[in-house]
Design a protein around this ligand. Structure first.
Ligand SMILES: Nc1nc2c(ncn2[C@@H]2O[C@H](COP(=O)(O)OP(=O)(O)OP(=O)(O)O)[C@@H](O)[C@H]2O)c(=O)[nH]1
Ligand SMILES: [Mg+2]
Length: 441
């Protein structure tokens, strides 16, 4: 559809005679295709071009929070790289150690956070340092404490999400995991494969070749190829730096360069050393010269930092939330017996729903009508019965009255006949005793 929004040279959408903007010249293609997209011509500046600035201001106010974890065999320079990243001595050396003394090892999982500010943008960067593994005779389950730590962070987040008040969710999930690979120059070790397979579904895995200063440039190049081949062979998912086509050329080139450097070959050092040309740099000094940490020709440290913070931080955070955490969460809830009610997601056709509702309503109406009819008939029957009864009563009264009248008529006729025939009207008065007495007086 985008071609139908083609604008005229003056920047407005071309008008059709009926006033709607319609770029393809045919009268309202949207109507022909059945959809009802109403295209309006903007009369002035609305201001939605300002939306990115709103997001920008809000993000800056809220600040950013990013957590990285370092994992790898003991002594590969994990703690040193963290110090290099923060440019501080996070683990201050207490006293200078005698050369014979054992190197200080990381013994427990520790987090180091720092609030960094650049041009008014605040970033809380947390790095989780883990003790190196591989020191034991049996390293079978050395991945477990690390996986447990990642999962407990997911757990903490899920618990916060399930709270009634979700205003202040603290996101301590691991957004990126730097996996340190020993610079053997050969290929991945079985323990590396085991570790990465345990981790890749739970974190954004970023492989790193440690102590790259111990390999020559050619060795680094070949080793990278071998590591990538191994990773592909074992179906390990590492974080793929996405490259978006619609970016400007410079950004695409930068992103491609970052992607080409994976696995990053890094050198860590917090020491400042003097180069042959008199510069003071962070690096490692060797009898044959100086390896500079911040020099892109010497190692990939700068590219790694760029990827983590400058280019893909949001991508890493998003992938952690939308894919890794989401998968873990649904698996966990399913495991707890929470089943999704699929009917909730059933597509509803509004027309069918209306028809269904109408049918329901109609049957209800019909039922009510039938009930009313029944009640009416019942009432009518009762009334009819009452009327019939009173009619019968009237009839019987009428009959009774008629009978009594008839009787009276007969009596009167009888009297009349007697009078006419000269017989006494009242036979009782002819009583001889009474007559006697009357005559006597
Ligand atoms: N050549 C070289 N040595 C390094 C580099 N980074 C660290 N080292 C050295 O390697 C040793 C071990 O470094 P750490 O940072 O303690 O290693 P770690 O991985 O934290 O070790 P654990 O805590 O035991 O797991 C130290 O003597 C560091 O000076 C590097 O890039 N190149
Ligand atoms: Mg350490």
């Amino acid at each position: 559809m985008s071609d139908s929004y083609a604008s005229t040279p003056n920047g407005e959408y071309p008008d059709t005679p009926n006033g709607h903007a319609n770029g393809n010249g045919s009268p309202l293609a949207s109507q022909n295709s059945g959809s009802t997209v109403v295209r309006k011509k903007l009369m002035g500046y609305v201001g939605f071009a300002n939306l990115p600035n709103q997001v920008h201001r809000k993000s800056v106010r809220k600040g950013f929070h990013f957590t990285t974890m370092v994992v790898g065999e003991s002594g590969l320079g994990k703690s040193t790289l963290i110090n290099t990243l923060f440019n501080t001595q996070l683990y201050p050396a207490k006293e200078p150690l005698p050369p014979s003394a054992e190197r200080p090892k990381t013994v427990s999982i520790e987090s180091i956070s720092a609030d960094i500010e650049e041009n008014g943008v605040r970033l809380r960067l947390t790095v989780v340092d883990t003790p190196g593994f591989g020191d034991f005779v049996n390293n079978d389950e050395s991945w477990k404490p690390i996986v447990d730590n990642i999962e407990s962070r997911f757990d903490a987040y899920l618990e916060q999400e399930n709270r009634v008040n979700r205003q202040k969710i603290v996101d301590n999930r691991v957004h990126a995991c730097l996996y340190f690979i020993q610079p053997t120059g050969h290929s991945l070790k079985p323990i590396d494969i085991e570790f990465m397979r345990r981790l890749h579904a739970k974190v954004n895995l970023i492989p790193i070749i440690a102590k790259a200063d111990t390999l020559t440039d050619d060795e680094v190049f070949n080793f990278k190829q071998r590591v990538l081949a191994d990773i592909a062979f074992h179906n390990i998912h590492i974080f793929q730096a996405p490259i978006y086509e619609n970016e400007d050329e410079e950004t695409v080139a930068e992103n491609e360069e970052i992607a080409s450097k994976i696995p990053f070959a890094v050198v860590g050092s917090n020491q400042e050393v003097q180069t042959a040309d008199g510069r003071t740099v962070r690096g490692r000094s060797y009898p044959w010269g100086v390896i500079e940490v911040d020099n892109e020709d010497h190692c990939d440290f700068v590219k790694l930092r760029q990827m983590l913070i400058r280019t893909y931080m949001e991508e890493l955070r998003e992938h952690t939330n939308n894919v890794l955490y989401e998968n873990w969460r649904s698996e966990k809830l399913l495991g707890m017996g929470v089943v999704q009610d699929i009917s909730v997601f059933k597509e509803i056709n509004p027309a069918a729903k209306t028809a269904e509702e109408r049918a329901l309503h109609e049957t209800k109406l019909a039922k009510m009508e039938a009930e009313m009819k029944m009640v009416f008939q019942q009432k009518v029957q009762e009334k009819e019965a009452k009327l019939k009864q009173s009619e019968e009563e009237l009839y019987s009264r009428h009959r009774d009255m008629k009978d009594s009248l008839e009787r009276q008529r007969l009596e009167l006729e009888d009297k009349k006949r007697r009078l006419e025939s000269g017989r006494p009207l009242t036979p009782e008065r002819t009583n001889p005793t009474k007559k006697k007495g009357f005559l006597r007086t």
